[in-house]
Design a protein around this ligand. Structure first.
Ligand code: FES
Ligand SMILES: [Fe+2]
Length: 392
């Protein structure tokens, strides 16, 4: 499917695009989609499971033998880097008596050993050792075949430094899923922008916070620039609302872009740019919510990913990772610039906390029935709701 051409969609008097009066009468997700724990689990099993959700970052499991336990909507999962360098995701539970296999991120070597009775699984999840299963010093027993008891795997693939999972195992490939977005951004950032991404694992490379809200409210807030002058007055000085446009990338992403993102603020050393970035659009930056739980931001000199990990119906862990276009960007020469970016984006995302949590409080009100989609400014949010109401 072709990405929406936002320029063709731009009305002369509105940088955001054409108004769509029909959305004013659309159904929105009801309050219970934000407040009901049972609805939260139904959403996991019936909507999110059908598609690709962001679980963690590739650099959480940087090298073979790295393990990273993560609970996703109540499911204890384990990310592993196998011996071939591929990401693997397993249910984080021993096949013997159901012990949690790994409690902390770290290096496990060639074998994942259960802490309870020390059964050992290799990095591809195969059960390889069962100490004392036949009595002290006897490690085999008649009728028991290790090959029948591999860890339960979850389908996973990586892209843009993100480990994605497909819980049902039945979605089209991740590459197929991301193609509309990738073709849009290859036209902007160059055919090889994805291979160029270098994760910053240094002091200014990441941030984490907890939101007391349903994850969908963070997605919705990220979809729109309408709140920019009021919630982000500083950002609005260098990337004002009237230079923004709406973005719809069918079928599973929406957000907004700007034509005036200033790469050269202050006297910091300018960062290396993506080598194939369109030179006519150096100040273009785009911000897309990739449904259901990944927020992406692309600029000519840096890229970031925010993973929203739902911890409860009304609580979300937000993890941000910065990426650059060249390894040089991680050297001391650019430290000041990396620090400035970290400070600037930290401010923006901190400013969003109170509104996202305020939206959550509002969802407790029986007087709110899903509210209104205004015909211009809420087009990307409406798109997200429609995706959800279709069942993903
Ligand atoms: S529960 Fe894991 S070895 Fe027994
Ligand atoms: Fe915001």
């Amino acid at each position: 499917m072709r990405p929406t051409d936002t320029l063709a969609n731009t009305a002369p008097n509105s940088p955001h695009g054409m108004a769509d009066p029909a959305i004013s009468h659309s159904t929105a997700l009801p309050n219970r989609a934000y407040t009901d724990p049972e609805e939260w689990l139904r959403e996991r099993d019936e909507v999110i499971s059908k598609t690709w959700a962001g679980l963690g970052f590739s650099n959480d499991i940087a090298t073979p033998g790295a393990v990273y336990p993560v609970t996703f909507m109540g499911l204890p999962l384990l990310m592993v880097r196998d011996q071939n360098g591929h990401a693997q995701v397993f249910h984080n539970v021993c096949r013997h008596r159901g012990m949690q296999l790994v409690a902390e991120a770290g290096e496990t070597g060639l074998m994942i050993r259960c802490p309870y009775h020390k059964w050992g699984y290799d990095l591809s999840g195969q059960l390889k050792s069962t100490p004392n299963i036949g009595g002290m010093g006897i490690h085999e027993v008649a009728g028991f075949k290790c090959a029948d008891h591999a860890l339960a795997a979850v389908r996973c693939e990586e892209s843009m430094g993100i480990v994605f999972i497909n819980l049902s195992g039945e979605a089209p490939s991740l590459a197929h899923n991301l193609e509309p977005l990738m073709s849009r951004w290859r036209a902007l950032a160059g055919d090889h922008f994805e291979e160029q991404l270098i994760a910053d694992s240094g002091d200014y490379g990441a941030m984490e916070l907890t939101l007391n809200s349903n994850y969908k409210l963070a997605v919705e807030n990220y979809c729109e620039s309408y709140h920019l002058p009021f919630v982000h007055p500083d950002l609005n000085t260098y990337s004002p609302l009237d230079a923004h446009y709406n973005l719809l990338v069918e079928p599973l992403a929406s957000g907004q872009g700007t034509r005036v993102y200033d790469l050269a603020r202050g006297d910091d050393q300018p960062l290396p740019l993506f080598s194939g970035w369109d030179s006519d659009r150096l100040k273009t930056a785009e911000y897309l919510s990739l449904y259901p739980n990944v927020l992406l931001g692309i600029q000519a000199d840096h890229f970031f990913v925010i993973l929203l990990r739902p911890e409860a119906v009304d609580q979300t862990r937000e993890r941000l990772q910065f990426f650059y276009a060249d390894r040089d960007a991680l050297t001391d020469a650019f430290e000041r610039r990396r620090q400035s970016l970290h400070e600037a984006w930290s401010l923006v995302f901190a400013e969003d906390i109170s509104v996202v949590e305020g939206l959550q409080h509002g969802r407790a009100s029986p007087a709110f029935d899903g509210g209104l989609f205004t015909p211009l400014m809420d087009v990307p949010t409406h798109h997200f709701h429609q995706w959800f109401l279709r069942g993903g």
